[in-house]
Design a protein around this ligand. Structure first.
Ligand code: MN
Length: 253
Protein backbone atom coordinates (compact mmCIF):
# COMPACT_ATOMS: atom_id res chain seq x y z
CA UNK A 1 0.00 0.00 0.00
CA UNK A 2 1.41 3.39 -0.97
CA UNK A 3 1.86 5.76 1.93
CA UNK A 4 -0.70 8.20 0.61
CA UNK A 5 -3.37 5.49 0.58
CA UNK A 6 -3.03 4.86 4.28
CA UNK A 7 -5.23 6.57 6.82
CA UNK A 8 -3.82 7.02 10.33
CA UNK A 9 -6.13 8.02 13.17
CA UNK A 10 -4.39 10.07 15.86
CA UNK A 11 -5.87 10.50 19.32
CA UNK A 12 -4.49 11.30 22.79
CA UNK A 13 -5.64 12.00 26.32
CA UNK A 14 -3.99 15.38 26.94
CA UNK A 15 -6.37 17.03 24.48
CA UNK A 16 -5.97 18.81 21.15
CA UNK A 17 -3.95 21.69 22.62
CA UNK A 18 -1.12 19.50 23.90
CA UNK A 19 2.26 19.61 22.20
CA UNK A 20 2.42 15.84 22.23
CA UNK A 21 -0.41 15.32 19.76
CA UNK A 22 1.17 17.71 17.26
CA UNK A 23 4.47 15.86 17.65
CA UNK A 24 2.74 12.55 16.93
CA UNK A 25 0.88 13.96 13.92
CA UNK A 26 4.26 15.05 12.53
CA UNK A 27 5.41 11.42 12.73
CA UNK A 28 2.15 10.01 11.34
CA UNK A 29 2.28 12.31 8.27
CA UNK A 30 5.38 10.45 7.11
CA UNK A 31 3.35 7.26 6.84
CA UNK A 32 -0.02 8.29 5.44
CA UNK A 33 -2.94 10.65 5.54
CA UNK A 34 -3.76 11.72 9.09
CA UNK A 35 -7.11 12.20 10.79
CA UNK A 36 -7.07 13.70 14.28
CA UNK A 37 -10.00 12.92 16.55
CA UNK A 38 -9.10 13.82 20.11
CA UNK A 39 -10.57 15.14 23.36
CA UNK A 40 -11.30 18.86 23.50
CA UNK A 41 -9.78 19.01 27.00
CA UNK A 42 -7.35 17.26 29.32
CA UNK A 43 -8.49 13.65 29.88
CA UNK A 44 -5.45 12.06 31.53
CA UNK A 45 -6.01 9.06 33.80
CA UNK A 46 -9.61 8.51 32.69
CA UNK A 47 -8.62 4.95 31.76
CA UNK A 48 -11.05 3.21 29.40
CA UNK A 49 -14.07 5.19 30.52
CA UNK A 50 -16.73 6.01 27.92
CA UNK A 51 -19.59 8.52 27.93
CA UNK A 52 -23.06 6.99 28.11
CA UNK A 53 -25.32 9.52 29.84
CA UNK A 54 -24.47 12.64 27.86
CA UNK A 55 -24.43 13.48 24.15
CA UNK A 56 -21.10 13.55 22.38
CA UNK A 57 -20.27 16.36 20.00
CA UNK A 58 -17.43 16.53 17.51
CA UNK A 59 -16.28 20.00 16.44
CA UNK A 60 -13.92 20.61 13.53
CA UNK A 61 -10.90 22.66 14.64
CA UNK A 62 -7.79 24.18 13.15
CA UNK A 63 -5.15 25.53 15.51
CA UNK A 64 -2.65 28.30 14.74
CA UNK A 65 0.02 25.58 14.66
CA UNK A 66 -1.76 24.09 11.64
CA UNK A 67 -3.06 21.09 13.57
CA UNK A 68 -6.56 20.28 12.40
CA UNK A 69 -9.11 17.60 13.12
CA UNK A 70 -12.18 16.98 15.20
CA UNK A 71 -12.38 17.77 18.90
CA UNK A 72 -14.72 15.61 20.96
CA UNK A 73 -16.22 16.47 24.35
CA UNK A 74 -15.49 12.97 25.61
CA UNK A 75 -12.83 10.53 26.65
CA UNK A 76 -10.02 9.06 24.55
CA UNK A 77 -11.94 5.79 24.13
CA UNK A 78 -15.03 7.82 23.07
CA UNK A 79 -12.93 9.55 20.41
CA UNK A 80 -11.73 6.32 18.82
CA UNK A 81 -15.16 4.69 18.96
CA UNK A 82 -16.83 7.77 17.46
CA UNK A 83 -14.14 8.14 14.79
CA UNK A 84 -14.60 4.49 13.81
CA UNK A 85 -18.39 4.56 13.74
CA UNK A 86 -19.21 8.10 12.55
CA UNK A 87 -16.45 10.58 11.85
CA UNK A 88 -14.02 8.97 9.42
CA UNK A 89 -14.88 8.62 5.76
CA UNK A 90 -12.92 5.37 5.62
CA UNK A 91 -11.50 2.95 8.13
CA UNK A 92 -8.01 3.73 9.44
CA UNK A 93 -5.02 1.48 8.77
CA UNK A 94 -3.49 2.41 12.10
CA UNK A 95 -4.48 4.11 15.35
CA UNK A 96 -1.84 6.17 17.16
CA UNK A 97 -2.37 7.66 20.61
CA UNK A 98 -0.13 10.26 22.25
CA UNK A 99 2.45 11.50 22.56
CA UNK A 100 1.45 11.52 26.20
CA UNK A 101 3.17 13.94 28.55
CA UNK A 102 4.21 11.51 31.28
CA UNK A 103 5.15 7.84 31.57
CA UNK A 104 2.68 5.10 30.75
CA UNK A 105 4.83 2.26 32.04
CA UNK A 106 4.10 -0.17 34.87
CA UNK A 107 0.73 0.19 36.56
CA UNK A 108 0.20 3.59 34.87
CA UNK A 109 -1.00 1.59 31.86
CA UNK A 110 -4.22 0.69 33.58
CA UNK A 111 -5.13 4.30 34.48
CA UNK A 112 -3.99 5.77 31.18
CA UNK A 113 -6.36 7.41 28.75
CA UNK A 114 -3.58 7.44 26.15
CA UNK A 115 -3.20 3.67 26.31
CA UNK A 116 -6.97 3.20 26.34
CA UNK A 117 -7.40 5.11 23.07
CA UNK A 118 -4.94 2.66 21.48
CA UNK A 119 -6.56 -0.30 23.20
CA UNK A 120 -9.93 0.80 21.82
CA UNK A 121 -8.37 0.82 18.36
CA UNK A 122 -7.21 -2.76 18.94
CA UNK A 123 -10.66 -3.82 20.14
CA UNK A 124 -12.14 -2.40 16.93
CA UNK A 125 -9.65 -4.41 14.88
CA UNK A 126 -7.04 -1.79 13.96
CA UNK A 127 -3.30 -2.07 14.61
CA UNK A 128 -2.78 0.42 17.42
CA UNK A 129 0.13 2.02 19.24
CA UNK A 130 0.25 4.20 22.37
CA UNK A 131 3.23 6.55 22.69
CA UNK A 132 4.37 8.41 25.80
CA UNK A 133 7.32 10.51 26.90
CA UNK A 134 8.34 9.87 30.50
CA UNK A 135 8.89 13.60 31.10
CA UNK A 136 5.71 15.28 32.33
CA UNK A 137 6.87 18.80 31.43
CA UNK A 138 5.05 19.98 28.28
CA UNK A 139 8.22 21.62 26.97
CA UNK A 140 10.23 18.38 27.10
CA UNK A 141 12.15 17.33 23.99
CA UNK A 142 9.87 14.75 22.35
CA UNK A 143 12.28 13.82 19.56
CA UNK A 144 13.15 10.46 21.14
CA UNK A 145 9.49 9.58 21.64
CA UNK A 146 8.87 10.59 18.02
CA UNK A 147 11.64 8.31 16.80
CA UNK A 148 10.38 5.45 18.96
CA UNK A 149 6.89 6.05 17.53
CA UNK A 150 8.26 5.97 13.98
CA UNK A 151 10.09 2.71 14.64
CA UNK A 152 6.95 1.16 16.14
CA UNK A 153 4.87 2.32 13.15
CA UNK A 154 7.39 0.83 10.73
CA UNK A 155 7.40 -2.39 12.71
CA UNK A 156 3.61 -2.61 12.54
CA UNK A 157 3.40 -1.81 8.82
CA UNK A 158 6.11 -4.45 8.13
CA UNK A 159 4.97 -7.19 10.49
CA UNK A 160 1.37 -6.46 11.44
CA UNK A 161 0.08 -7.14 14.93
CA UNK A 162 -1.79 -10.20 16.18
CA UNK A 163 -5.49 -9.68 16.93
CA UNK A 164 -5.95 -8.29 20.44
CA UNK A 165 -2.43 -6.93 20.86
CA UNK A 166 -1.58 -3.24 21.32
CA UNK A 167 1.94 -1.77 21.38
CA UNK A 168 2.77 0.49 24.30
CA UNK A 169 5.78 2.71 23.61
CA UNK A 170 7.56 4.95 26.15
CA UNK A 171 10.70 7.02 25.73
CA UNK A 172 12.68 9.41 27.90
CA UNK A 173 12.92 13.07 26.87
CA UNK A 174 15.70 13.89 24.42
CA UNK A 175 17.20 11.84 21.59
CA UNK A 176 16.41 8.11 21.53
CA UNK A 177 19.33 6.01 22.80
CA UNK A 178 17.74 2.67 21.92
CA UNK A 179 14.41 0.87 21.93
CA UNK A 180 13.92 -2.44 23.76
CA UNK A 181 11.10 -4.95 23.94
CA UNK A 182 9.81 -4.97 27.50
CA UNK A 183 6.98 -6.19 29.67
CA UNK A 184 4.82 -4.27 32.10
CA UNK A 185 6.48 -3.86 35.49
CA UNK A 186 4.48 -5.03 38.46
CA UNK A 187 4.22 -1.79 40.38
CA UNK A 188 1.94 0.29 42.56
CA UNK A 189 1.72 3.73 44.08
CA UNK A 190 2.57 4.32 47.71
CA UNK A 191 2.04 7.40 49.89
CA UNK A 192 -0.75 8.13 47.48
CA UNK A 193 -2.50 11.20 48.85
CA UNK A 194 -1.45 14.40 50.47
CA UNK A 195 -3.95 15.55 53.08
CA UNK A 196 -4.50 19.31 53.35
CA UNK A 197 -6.94 21.65 55.06
CA UNK A 198 -9.11 24.03 53.05
CA UNK A 199 -9.92 27.64 54.12
CA UNK A 200 -13.12 26.34 55.74
CA UNK A 201 -11.03 24.01 57.93
CA UNK A 202 -12.23 20.91 56.10
CA UNK A 203 -9.76 18.25 54.99
CA UNK A 204 -9.15 17.56 51.33
CA UNK A 205 -6.84 15.15 49.54
CA UNK A 206 -4.68 15.49 46.47
CA UNK A 207 -3.19 12.54 44.66
CA UNK A 208 0.57 12.52 44.59
CA UNK A 209 2.51 9.36 45.42
CA UNK A 210 5.54 7.46 44.35
CA UNK A 211 5.73 4.43 42.08
CA UNK A 212 7.01 1.31 43.82
CA UNK A 213 8.38 -1.42 41.53
CA UNK A 214 7.73 -4.95 42.80
CA UNK A 215 10.10 -6.81 40.46
CA UNK A 216 13.66 -5.98 39.42
CA UNK A 217 13.90 -7.94 36.14
CA UNK A 218 15.87 -6.23 33.41
CA UNK A 219 13.16 -6.58 30.78
CA UNK A 220 10.60 -4.46 32.63
CA UNK A 221 9.38 -1.26 30.98
CA UNK A 222 10.21 0.94 33.96
CA UNK A 223 13.73 -0.49 34.37
CA UNK A 224 14.59 -0.08 30.69
CA UNK A 225 13.39 3.53 30.84
CA UNK A 226 15.55 4.08 33.94
CA UNK A 227 18.56 3.03 31.83
CA UNK A 228 17.70 5.90 29.50
CA UNK A 229 16.36 3.68 26.72
CA UNK A 230 12.97 3.58 25.01
CA UNK A 231 10.56 0.76 25.86
CA UNK A 232 8.08 -1.06 23.64
CA UNK A 233 5.67 -3.59 25.19
CA UNK A 234 3.01 -5.80 23.67
CA UNK A 235 -0.08 -5.45 25.87
CA UNK A 236 -3.57 -6.95 25.73
CA UNK A 237 -7.07 -6.06 26.85
CA UNK A 238 -7.95 -9.72 27.44
CA UNK A 239 -7.63 -9.67 31.23
CA UNK A 240 -7.96 -13.43 31.65
CA UNK A 241 -5.26 -14.73 34.01
CA UNK A 242 -3.90 -17.47 31.75
CA UNK A 243 -1.20 -18.36 34.28
CA UNK A 244 -3.85 -19.90 36.52
CA UNK A 245 -6.66 -20.63 34.07
CA UNK A 246 -5.69 -24.23 33.26
CA UNK A 247 -5.11 -25.17 36.88
CA UNK A 248 -8.37 -23.56 37.97
CA UNK A 249 -10.31 -25.19 35.12
CA UNK A 250 -9.58 -28.62 36.57
CA UNK A 251 -10.70 -27.67 40.08
CA UNK A 252 -14.19 -28.06 41.45
CA UNK A 253 -15.95 -24.80 42.09
MN1 MN B 1 -2.05 12.36 29.55
Amino acid sequence: MAHKDRLILVCNDDGIFSKGISALVDVAKEYGEVAVVAPDRQQSAVGHSITIMDPLRATAFELKSGLMGQAVNGTPADCVKLAHDQLLIRKPDLVLSGINHGSNAGINIIYSGTVSAATEGTILGYPSIAVSCTEFNEDADLSGAQEAAARAVEFVFSNGLPRGITLNVNAPAGPLKGLKWTRQADSRYTDEYEARIDPHKRPYFWITGRLEILDDSEDLDINVLKQGLGSISPIQYDLTAYSVFSALSSMKV
